[in-house]
Design a protein around this ligand. Structure first.
Ligand SMILES: [Zn+2]
Length: 121
């Protein structure tokens, strides 16, 4: 079974080694969907408490990125690199005997997004 939560954060960035609109400082309202793969605990009937799930992502990701200048954390702040950074931040905290991180989707705009999934390459 899969369980997901969605988050939003506002952040500024600019792309380096790049010619075009995104080379100048600007902001986005990013949308993030985090999905875990797991099995509900027989006693609680839950894979993970949504509140615990939310707290981990807020602490590890949103507190660092929301209303920040992303380039200070991720030099080349493409959606791909931000998704990789997020994956590294929450992969371990979101792991237990009955769930693990399955997928991250990061929307830079309503129509542009990247996804990273835990699967054999
Ligand atoms: Zn941009």
């Amino acid at each position: 079974m899969y369980i997901s939560k969605e988050f939003h954060f506002d952040a500024a960035h600019n792309l380096i080694r790049y010619k075009g609109k995104c080379e100048n400082l600007h902001g986005h309202t990013y949308k993030l969907r985090v999905t875990l793969e797991g099995v509900p605990d027989p006693d609680s009937g839950m894979i993970i408490d949504f509140g615990v799930f939310k707290q981990i992502v807020e602490e590890k990701v949103l507190e660092e990125l929301d209303h920040h200048y992303i380039n200070e954390i991720i030099e080349q702040s493409t959606a791909e690199n931000i998704a990789d950074w997020i994956w590294e931040k929450i992969d371990k905290p979101l792991k237990s005997d009955h769930y693990k991180l399955y997928e991250i989707i990061l929307w830079e705009t309503e129509s542009s997004f990247v996804s990273r999934r835990n699967e054999k390459k």
